[in-house]
Design a protein around this ligand. Structure first.
Ligand code: ADP
Length: 259
C-alpha cells in the first residue's frame, strides 16, 4: 500500500485539513515482478545457444578446424543453435507485439477454414516425415473478427506442437459451430501432458520436459503466444490430456455477427 498525505492550506497559511490518498500497489508490484522475471528468463534463454556457439567456434579456432569430420559436426551444431536463437528472437518479438496491441484495433473478417487449410498445407510435409496423419474436418465456412496472420500463427503453433509431441498416430483439426461461437479443436495421439502441468502450460518458457522441448527445437513461448492471440479476439482456450494417449486443445472464438 502506498500512502500520500497532502495538507490543505488556506490563503492565511493555516492548515485546515489534509487529503490522504491510499493506493493499492499490489498489482503494479506484481507486473513489475513479472516483467523482471521475463527479462531474466529471456536473457538466460538467449545465453544458452550463444554460449554453445561461442564454445564450438573457439574449439574450431584452437585446432579442431584441421579435422574435417569434427569441423563439419561442430558447424552443424552452430547451425542448429543459430536457428534456435533466430526462433527465440522471433517468438519474443511476436509476443511483445501482441502484448502492446489494443484489443479492438486491427480487426478484419477472417475465414477460419481457409486459414486452417493453409496451415495443413504448410505442415503436411512435417507430418509425412514423421508418418503422422494430419487432417481437418470443417463444418462449412466460418467467419470471425481478428487479424488473419495472427489467427494463422495461433493455428501453426498448436498444430506444430501436436506434431512435435506425437510419435505415432494422427493429428486432427475440427471446426464446428456452437451457438454464437466457432469451436476449433486440435487433437493428437501423442505423449500427453501430466495433469499437474496443465494449469501452467500457457506461461512463458514453461515446459513439461525441458530436454524434449529442446530436442524438438521448442522455444517455450508457443503456447503463451497462442493464449495471447485467443484473448486478443475475446476467445477462450482449454486443454485436456491423457498421458501416452493424447492431448486436445479447444478454442472458442465469437462468430462475426454479420455472417
Ligand atoms: P515449446 O516450444 O517447448 O513446445 P510451448 O509453449 O509451445 O513450448 O509448449 C509448452 C510445453 O507444453 C511444451 O514444452 C510441452 O511440454 C507441452 N506441450 C505443448 N503442446 C503439447 C502437445 N500437443 N502434446 C504434449 N505436450 C505438449
Amino acid at each position: 500500500l502506498r500512502i500520500y498525505i497532502n495538507p490543505i492550506i488556506t490563503n492565511e497559511k493555516d492548515i485546515i485539513g489534509s487529503i490522504v490518498v491510499l493506493q493499492d500497489v499490489t498489482q503494479i508490484r506484481k507486473l513489475e515482478q513479472m516483467r523482471s522475471d521475463f527479462v531474466s528468463n529471456v536473457s538466460h534463454e538467449l545465453k544458452t545457444p550463444l554460449t554453445s556457439i561461442k564454445g564450438f567456434v573457439d574449439t574450431l579456432k584452437n585446432g579442431a578446424i584441421g579435422d574435417e569430420g569434427t569441423a563439419l559436426r561442430f558447424l552443424d551444431i552452430i547451425d542448429i543453435e543459430s536457428d534456435r536463437l533466430y526462433r527465440l528472437i522471433n517468438d519474443i518479438l511476436i509476443l511483445s507485439e501482441i502484448e502492446r496491441m489494443d484489443k479492438d484495433y486491427d480487426k478484419e473478417r477472417v475465414e477460419v477454414c481457409e486459414v486452417i487449410d493453409e496451415v495443413v498445407d504448410m505442415l503436411s510435409l512435417k507430418a509425412e516425415q514423421k508418418s503422422i496423419g494430419l487432417s481437418a474436418e470443417k463444418d462449412g465456412p466460418m467467419t470471425m473478427l481478428g487479424n488473419r496472420d495472427r489467427v494463422k500463427q495461433m493455428m501453426i503453433n498448436l498444430v506444430d506442437n501436436a506434431l512435435k509431441y506425437t510419435e505415432v498416430g494422427e493429428v486432427n483439426i475440427k471446426i464446428t459451430s456452437t451457438g454464437n461461437w466457432i469451436k476449433i479443436t486440435v487433437s493428437d495421439t501423442g505423449i500427453g501432458i501430466p495433469e499437474e502441468h496443465l494449469t501452467r502450460l500457457f506461461e512463458r518458457f514453461y515446459r513439461v520436459d525441458k530436454g524434449r522441448s529442446r530436442n524438438q527445437g521448442g522455444t517455450g513461448l508457443g503456447l503463451s503466444i497462442v493464449k495471447h492471440i485467443v484473448l486478443l479476439y475475446k476467445g477462450k482456450i482449454s486443454v485436456t490430456s491423457n498421458v501416452n494417449a493424447g492431448t486436445t486443445f479447444e478454442i472458442l472464438f465469437p462468430k462475426d455477427s454479420e455472417q
